[in-house]
Design a protein around this ligand. Structure first.
Ligand code: TRP
Length: 448
């Protein structure tokens, strides 16, 4: 159980790697879907509050543990706990995180596969001169073809595991370096287009003028789960990246930078997508298909639209790729510390995730009638369980570990922002984040 010696090449490299993990389907696909389903501005406000009070403090906790332990998540937790005479069973929290990542990656790969299909469709002009109705039913028809959905799921998962098998190194950094600026550029162009549509002002007031009476209990759970999901926090994935963090870097500054970059992507995507929704008279609560239907409609309207749309899906795919590498890396590293080689570990995880992805992939076709717990479709279950339930539970335990198990001097050194910051952060985690998490989780279990 020795310390890792690798470090990210620079401070910037760490920030870029974490941003690459954070920015993905959560921002561009799930954020608009959730906001649409939960009534708009009130959900957005709640989500921002949860980001500030839960997401960010726990993100500091999680990376701090990785940096203090400098091992894979399970080993770091075991090592830090044992070192101060606490139970070595804390290591199980790393395992719980690994299972969460496994479940997330299983649907993540399926949905990223949808983007592969859309990329090909876009470049081959498949959406050109189609009406919005036709574009809408094309999405339903695609999801109803199990073979096609599985093929794309397989391709995406292969691409992810191939990178993880050969080690997450400088390739990831170069990819992110190129991708991020282009992604922002394209999103800003898209918002520029949204500005010219008739739905722009409606979209803005719908997104930013909260109507608190729209808030439901489900909206509260969704907002909390999404705050963790979008920051990639709560399952130890950032703990793994934190282990390679250089010594002379301030953690809070890095975390704030990532959060701002992350939220910006979601807001830009949200403004663009809802402008299209309102100018087309669509329903904001269109579910997981929202992004896949609105964007082809928007681009079909623009000169050279097919090409732009194709570029958009290329960027989206690269963004989800860097996220899924982050999801897979800790699992493969954990198998590695159990003695397996990287390629073998990647193969085992890849096969497991592929199988686990079947319910999500087939939820819209041959298993569309299956309903479990509270009448949930398989796809809803596959996304809700790991995001809205397991990530917050993992986050809660990570927070408890960070403020009660890790000793102050060690935590102060690993956060790298001085003692005063540590005290304020610890007070926030103890008196705000942890009680709030318990409250919302209890609410969830009592109301269900
Ligand atoms: N944050 C990513 C997104 O928004 C998903 C993700 C990547 C993630 N790594 C993670 C979520 C680790 C939870 C834990 O698409």
């Amino acid at each position: 159980m020795s310390e890792v010696v690798e470090r990210w090449g620079s401070r910037r490299a760490f920030i870029i790697a974490v941003t690459g993990a954070a920015v993905g389907l959560g921002n561009i696909w799930r954020f608009p879907w959730m906001t649409g389903e939960n009534g708009g501005a009130a959900f957005l406000l709640l989500y921002v509050v949860f980001l500030a009070l839960l997401g960010l403090p726990v993100m500091v906790a999680e990376i701090m543990i990785g940096r203090a332990g400098r091992r894979t998540p399970m080993q770091a937790l075991t090592f830090l706990a044992r070192d101060v005479g606490k139970s070595r069973h804390w290591g199980l929290l790393g395992l719980f995180g690994g299972i969460t990542l496994f479940l997330i990656l299983s649907f993540y790969s399926v949905v990223s596969g949808w983007s592969i299909e859309y990329l090909v469709e876009a470049f081959t002009g498949g959406f050109a001169s189609r009406t919005p109705q036709e574009i809408g039913s094309a999405f339903d028809n695609f999801l109803a073809s199990p073979g096609l959905v599985l093929l794309n799921h397989s391709i995406f998962l292969f691409l992810t595991m191939a990178v993880v098998a050969s080690g997450v190194g400088s390739g990831l950094e170069r990819l992110n370096n190129l991708l991020m600026p282009l992604l922002y550029l394209l999103l800003i162009l898209l918002v520029g287009y949204a500005f010219t549509t008739s739905g722009f002002t409606t979209a803005l007031s719908w997104l930013f003028k909260p109507d608190m009476s729209a808030l439901t209990l489900t909206a509260i759970f969704n907002a909390m789960g999404h705050a963790f999901f979008t920051l990639a926090v709560g399952a130890g994935a950032l703990m793994a990246y934190g282990a390679y963090m250089p010594d002379d870097q301030s953690l809070p500054r890095a975390v704030i930078t990532v959060a701002v970059l992350d939220v910006a992507v979601a807001l830009l995507a949200g403004i663009a997508i809802f402008s299209i929704v309102f100018s087309q008279g669509m329903d904001p609560a269109s579910g997981p298909g929202l992004m896949f239907v609105t964007l082809p409609i928007a681009f079909a309207d623009l000169p050279g639209g097919a090409l732009w749309l194709g570029c958009f899906f290329v960027l989206l795919l690269l963004a989800t790729w860097t996220s899924s590498i982050n999801l897979a890396e800790p699992m493969v590293a954990m198998l590695g510390s159990a003695g397996l080689t990287r390629p073998l570990g990647a193969l085992i995880i890849g096969v497991g995730v592929w199988l686990m992805g079947l319910p999500s992939a087939l939820s819209f076709s041959i298993w569309s009638d299956v309903r479990l717990f509270n009448d949930m479709a398989l796809f809803d279950l596959a996304t809700t369980l790991p995001i809205d339930i397991m990530l917050p539970i993992g986050g809660l335990l990570i927070a408890v570990f960070a403020v009660w198990v890790v000793e102050p001097p060690r935590a102060i050194a690993a956060i790298g922002a001085g003692e005063r910051f540590y005290r304020v952060w610890r007070a926030v985690v103890r008196w705000i984040s942890i009680p709030l998490l318990i409250l919302v989780l209890l609410g969830f279990f009592l109301m269900k």
